[in-house]
Ligand binder design. Structure first.
Ligand code: BG6
Length: 469
């Protein structure tokens, strides 16, 4: 037998959330506003600054993980997680982003949180920036279009590496950085005026983020020997709608506009195809001397990515993208969720192979999951067979990819506990194995309850992915 038949013994199994979608406590213990706090309807909708009176902003309380984390992590331990992914809210540590001294209470919160994870047998897997740039840096500095953010970000990194370096081994720099090209407000705190060249702002900001990410890798390796620092990308799949060469070629171009980000961060250099795109879009990225060397010297250690679904592309048809990946023309062979997300486990195996072929670096699936409407049945329980089926088929796909030769570090299911949706701000779009009593308007007791999928996932992890029934 040549091929690997099983998940590796040290495979990381768990779940993933983000601070702004779970913690709440949006101004508690000295936290400053982040951009996430200004979206009443999620990142696809309106943005308010200043915040409006009598408006419900979902991130302000979210599921109050800030005060419930012990109870929540105990529930994760019940599913045998050995890894848990979350982000550090930058504005808890530096409320405005440009201070020289960090906020001790914010630092203490993550000390306590990471201690609790470790106590319960979970490796913290930490995103440094998950759509939650401090509001002040967005509004006063222009977000990542401003080169000064590199210094502020590195100051933040230095503080958290120093403080948590002994507790946290797995880090990621920017969540889904390739969403810069479609949703730059949340991905890079880029808010442009209508008369400005949006593409110019996107690629300039991305360049600053590439330099910042590379310098964070450098700093992290210096300060925390043995730490693994990954790049994180949204890489749900896209197929040509037909074998018409025009569909096929334009799909390649679309995919490349996303893979551009991982090309830079994993290979350490700008791919040549981007120059033609910049010419077409009238983009002229300002770089400083030494930037390209920094990017070349400090690529990411592993490729972390999210995969939720797939879509297709028809030549010349409009294409959009939000959370969950690109969205084009529906695929007649696939089923959709109520949010139009098409379920495609084989596309997952395809993507795992595609990425490993392209980079030959370890992969880490840090987001995958099913957002669905859950109903409480007459027996008071939630029978979410659909979530079990989705997850089972995606775990099977990973297993097949491992047999294909893909090097895979772990799997953290997105939203193991219901949290607010990044795209729409809803609670109704639930991913969790654990239900949280809260609705779209913010009403509810916040009580937690296990769904049927809870015991199923616990069994899967306990058997290291062998028992999927
Ligand atoms: C990813 C994000 O794009 O998709 C998460 O990293 C997000 O923050 C997830 O929650 C699912 O998207 P949504 O819109 O269903 O929350």
């Amino acid at each position: 037998m040549y091929s690997e038949e099983k998940f590796p013994k040290d495979f990381l199994w768990g779940g993933a959330i983000a601070a702004n979608q779970a913690e709440g406590a949006y101004l508690e213990d000295g936290k400053g506003l982040s951009i996430a706090d200004g979206f009443p309807d999620g990142f696809r909708g309106r943005f308010d600054y200043p915040l409006q009176e009598n408006t419900y902003y979902p991130s302000h309380e979210a599921i109050d993980f800030y005060h419930h984390y012990k109870e929540d992590l105990a529930l994760m331990e019940g599913m045998h997680f050995n890894a848990f992914r979350t982000s550090i809210a930058w504005s808890r540590i530096f409320p405005n982003g440009d201070e020289t001294e960090p906020n001790e209470k914010g630092l203490q919160f993550y000390d306590d949180l990471f201690d609790e994870m470790l106590k319960r047998g979970m490796e913290p897997v930490i995103t440094l920036s998950h759509y939650e740039t401090p509001m002040h840096l967005a509004m006063e500095y222009g977000g990542w279009t401003n080169r000064k953010l590199i210094d502020y970000f590195l100051r933040f990194c230095r503080v958290v590496f120093e403080r948590y370096g002994k507790k946290v081994k797995y880090w990621m720099t920017f969540n889904e950085i390739n969403n810069m090209r479609r949703t730059p407000r949340n991905a890079g705190a880029v808010f442009v005026k209508p008369e400005e060249n949006l593409d110019q702002a996107i690629y300039q900001a991305s360049h600053h983020m590439f330099v910042a990410s590379a310098l964070a890798v450098k700093l992290g390796h210096e300060m925390m020997p043995g730490a693994k620092i990954g790049g994180m990308f949204s890489l749900s799949n896209v197929y040509p709608n037909t074998c018409n060469p025009q569909d096929v070629f334009e799909t390649l171009e679309l995919r490349r506009s996303s893979l551009f980000f991982s090309d830079v961060m994993m290979r350490g250099k700008y791919p040549k195809y981007i120059y033609r795109i910049w010419d077409q879009k009238n983009v002229n990225v300002q770089m400083e001397e030494g930037d390209l060397e920094i990017i070349a010297q400090y690529p990411c250690d592993y490729l972390a990515f999210s995969y939720y679904r797939s879509t297709t592309h028809v030549y010349g048809e409009p294409f959009c993208g939000h959370t969950g990946g690109d969205q084009g023309t529906p695929n007649p062979y696939l089923q959709s969720t109520p949010w139009g997300w098409q379920i495609d486990p084989l596309g997952f195996r395809y993507t795992l192979n595609e990425l490993y072929d392209r980079y030959q670096k370890p992969l880490f699936v840090v987001e995958n999951g099913l957002g669905q409407i859950d109903e409480i049945a007459e027996d008071g329980k939630i029978h979410d067979e659909y979530r079990i089926n989705y997850t089972r088929e995606h775990i099977r796909a990973m297993k097949e990819a491992i047999k294909d030769g893909v090097e895979l570090m772990g799997y953290t299911y997105w939203g193991p506990i219901d949290i607010i949706s990044a795209g729409t701000g809803e609670m109704k779009k639930r991913y969790g194995f654990i239900y949280v009593d809260k609705d779209n308007e913010g009403h509810g007791t916040l009580k937690r309850m296990k769904k049927d999928s809870y015991d199923w996932y616990a069994k899967v992890i306990k058997s290291n992915g062998e028992d999927l029934d």
